[in-house]
Design a protein around this ligand. Structure first.
Ligand SMILES: Cc1cc2nc3c(=O)[nH]c(=O)nc-3n(C[C@H](O)[C@H](O)[C@H](O)COP(=O)(O)O)c2cc1C
Length: 355
């Protein structure tokens, strides 16, 4: 293939390079994959309302997330088991994120520790994605490690009390290699549970709003809640002290039938009413997608599969190029919309398409 020009090009390269198991796990959604498709389809339901003659000679994509300066309103989403996609795993992703000046959330099922990632990617803004194990000792150690390694937030994923039915994985018999390093999960898993559903069955499905205080106290870090799609839960999140909310349906991998995140975003933004930052993930493939999410009230987005397509296709360089493409596409979208920075995007820059 000629030079990759978009994240879709990296998606094709990743599919060519990966074995069927890791590809199914990366690309797939749950059940009928309706929500997976909706996440993408929703972006096509919103069209732009550009403004002209705005002096767009000087564009910046820079912004802040949780008060930290970043080069673009994109956070690398937590994606498990990254050594399946490249031998350097999360360290390669982190080096690319640091080079692009964006924050990265590191999965509980990471194949590298926060300390290794910090050493590999000096200056990286690292967030710790948390799943709570039934064995609270394992989770306590995870949080302590994250704080010691300089993580600046805990991203508690709240949409996964158990794993949904991932039929692509089941069809190809996807299993996690028993020697895959999992510094924050192996102590709970041992070497027995080798498919994702068995590993996720070790998480504590009893976690409730009451546990947020414990998590905030143990981690001594702001807590971001990832996986909220209703106004009711957004309100509870703010009441319980969440520092931010990620409107997420886990990339269409959990409850099939929940709406596209872009469709859920307005109700969450309205409920939160500016009290905490709201992010969105699900289906981000282009800078124009980022612009639409921001116009509808997101402070930033998280990108899950797109950077990992880059990782699988070309390691650190691939992730860096995907992030550069998102940056350049966002800068172009801002310019053509008549905005000089992400903060200038408003609800008036998009409209629900008539068709
Ligand atoms: C292969 C894969 C693994 C994932 N692992 C995790 C995880 O460990 N923790 C988590 O909170 N979300 C996880 N997610 C969900 C992502 O963080 C994010 O919500 C989703 O990928 C966003 O949709 P997108 O892939 O269309 O950008 C995973 C997603 C994928 C595709």
């Amino acid at each position: 293939m000629a030079e990759a020009l978009s994240s879709a090009d990296y998606e094709r390269l990743a599919e060519e390079r990966l074995e069927p198991g890791p590809w199914a796990y990366l690309a797939g959604g749950s059940s009928d994959e309706w929500t997976l498709r909706e996440n993408r389809a929703a972006f096509a339901r919103w069209t732009f309302r550009p403004r002209v003659l705005c002096d767009v000679s000087d564009i910046s994509t820079a912004t802040t997330v949780l008060g930290t300066a970043v080069e673009l309103p994109v956070v690398v989403a937590p994606v498990a088991y990254q050594q399946l996609y490249h031998p350097d795993g999360e360290c390669a992703t982190a080096r690319a994120a640091a080079a692009a000046g964006v924050a990265m959330a590191v999965s509980t099922f990471s194949t590298r520790s926060h300390e290794e990632i910090a050493a590999a990617a000096p200056g990286i803004v690292q967030w710790c994605q948390l799943y709570v194990f039934q064995d609270r000792g394992v989770t306590r150690e995870h949080l302590a490690d994250a704080a010691d390694a300089g993580c600046s937030a805990v991203v508690l994923t709240v949409d996964t009390p158990r794993l949904a039915q991932r039929e692509r994985d089941l069809r190809v018999g996807f299993e996690i290699p028993s020697d895959l390093p999992l510094p924050y999960a192996r102590a709970a898993i041992g070497t027995e549970a080798q498919n994702p559903a068995d590993q996720f069955a070790l998480l504590d499905a009893s976690v409730s709003w009451r546990d947020l205080e414990w998590i905030a106290g143990e981690g001594r870090l702001p807590v971001v809640l990832k996986g909220i799609v209703t106004a009711e839960d957004a309100e509870l999140a703010v009441e319980h002290g969440a520092a931010a909310i990620v409107v997420s349906n886990h990339g269409g991998r959990q409850l099939d039938g929940v709406p596209a995140t872009l469709d859920a975003l307005p109700e969450v933004v309205e409920a939160v009413a500016g009290r905490v930052e709201v992010y969105l993930d699900g289906g981000i493939r282009r800078g124009a997608d980022v612009a639409k999410a921001l116009a509808l009230g997101a402070r930033a987005v998280l990108a899950g599969r797109a950077p990992v397509f880059g990782l699988a296709a070309a390691g650190e360089d691939g992730v860096r190029h995907v992030l550069e493409l998102l940056r350049d596409e966002l800068a172009l979208a801002l310019c053509l919309l008549g905005c000089t920075s992400p903060d200038e995007l408003t609800r008036a820059h998009v409209q629900r398409s008539a068709s």
